[in-house]
Design a protein around this ligand. Structure first.
Ligand SMILES: Cc1ncc(COP(=O)(O)O)c(C=O)c1O
Length: 394
């Protein structure tokens, strides 16, 4: 049977990562994968997570099956975290998922069960896995231009494209720190989007993967909360991979907001049914860690302080790279970088220039120009700026 399988396409990001792994140059710099790295280049377990794990190891008594919604205390804690303690949690339900990816897939399944073959709009460029996840669930995909993908501030394209989205459609929006561009709509633009959704009847599907790493936790959740407050139906895929550093523990949740309690109940059951045929129930560990942190005021404060420190390091890296590029005569590119937020930056380089950065300077970003700004040790920023200026000059 397996001989019949044609050679499947390799995942481009993981292929780059393995190429990096075999690069013998000691100065090589991996800016491909989206993980936070501290000044030593490591991705340590957050102290609040470590403390929660110690408490759990001492206290947990059983590893009995959970229900199909996973850890319900986690779901309640995440609903409050995302929508706010005074938010519309009463017309929302949350189901624990296998990280943000699992939430995207379960919500895509929910859309497909409700409207088979519906169209979901995604940004161009988009997170590499958005289209594959949606298409695997049986949905059609269309794209809208992203404001400022080139570093400018023109938002007309995004809003113009989305005027084509109607009542049958769903629009996938990244709640903050857009991957790969680092460019988010302004608050006024978010409000315009909410108005457009209300007028034309499309449902926003928010992907939240980097909250806390852009302008701070509350500011990064502002757009999601505003949409949830103003619109009858909103879908939210939440990842705890980056802001709790729980990458390999696969922790996240799918949130649905509906117009009536019955619609929300039905949506919750549909999400549970989708999970049942994929993996039954999600892994407990990460959810227990997050719940322990969010429920304990001291631990929650400690986590917030660590998250703020991570964000500070990312901001300092971006400011330093911007300054160094400016000093090398690349003011326009520096200005574009300065507008970006969160873990990623889009370098204004072509695929060919990115390849030269890899070949000549051992600096690995994606072919599209995305680099993980959190992945640069501070002392390597001059080298990155020099490499970027050099490939731009030729
Ligand atoms: C925009 C976006 N959404 C979702 C995810 C999925 O994250 P997770 O590791 O939690 O599945 C990522 C991961 O990089 C992402 O960048």
């Amino acid at each position: 049977m397996l001989e019949l399988l044609p050679p499947p396409p390799a995942d481009p990001l993981w292929e780059l990562t393995s190429e990096y792994g075999t690069d013998p140059r000691p100065e090589r710099l991996d800016l491909v994968l989206g993980v936070y790295r501290d000044h030593t280049g490591g991705t340590p377990v957050m102290a609040a997570v470590r403390e929660a794990e110690i408490r759990l190891a001492e206290r947990s008594e059983s590893k009995e099956y959970r229900g199909l919604s996973g850890n319900t205390a986690f779901n309640t804690a995440l609903l409050e975290l995302v929508l706010g303690a005074d938010g519309p949690t009463g017309r929302a339900a949350a189901v624990q998922t296998v990280a943000g990816t699992g939430a995207l897939r379960l919500l895509a399944d929910l859309v497909c069960r409700t409207r088979p073959g519906a169209t979901v709009w995604i940004s161009d460029p988009a997170y590499v896995n958005h289209r594959p996840i949606l298409e695997a669930a049986g949905l059609k995909v269309r794209t809208y231009g992203l404001p400022g993908a080139e570093g400018g501030s023109d938002t007309a394209g995004m809003l113009r494209d989305l005027r084509g989205a109607g009542r049958e459609d769903v629009v996938l929006l990244q709640g903050c720190c857009h991957n790969p561009t680092g460019v988010d709509p302004s608050r006024e633009e978010w409000e315009e989007l909410a108005g457009l959704a209300a007028r034309n009847g499309w449902v926003p599907f928010v992907d939240l993967a980097y909250h806390g790493l852009g302008d701070g936790l509350e500011a990064d959740l502002w757009a999601t909360r505003m949409l949830a407050d103003r619109l009858p139906e909103v879908l939210v895929a939440v990842s705890c991979s980056k802001n709790f550093g729980l990458y390999s523990d696969r922790t996240g949740c799918a949130i649905v907001l509906g117009a009536s309690p019955q619609a929300v109940r039905h949506a919750e059951t549909a999400l549970q049914n989708a999970a049942r045929t994929l993996y039954s129930m999600p892994p407990e560990h990460g959810a227990a860690v997050v719940t322990t942190i969010l429920r304990d005021p001291g631990l929650r404060l400690a986590w917030r302080a660590e998250l703020d420190a991570m964000r500070g390091r990312i901001e300092a890296n971006r400011a330093d790279l911007t300054a160094q590029l400016g000093a090398l005569g690349r003011e326009a590119e520096a200005r574009a970088l300065a507008r970006q937020k969160g873990m990623f930056s889009m370098l204004p380089l072509t695929a060919d220039q990115m390849l030269r950065l890899r070949k000549e300077f051992a600096i690995y970003g994606t072919t599209a120009g995305r680099i993980n700004i959190a992945g640069i040790p501070a002392h390597r920023i001059p080298c990155l700026a020099k490499g970027v200026a050099a490939v731009l000059a030729r």
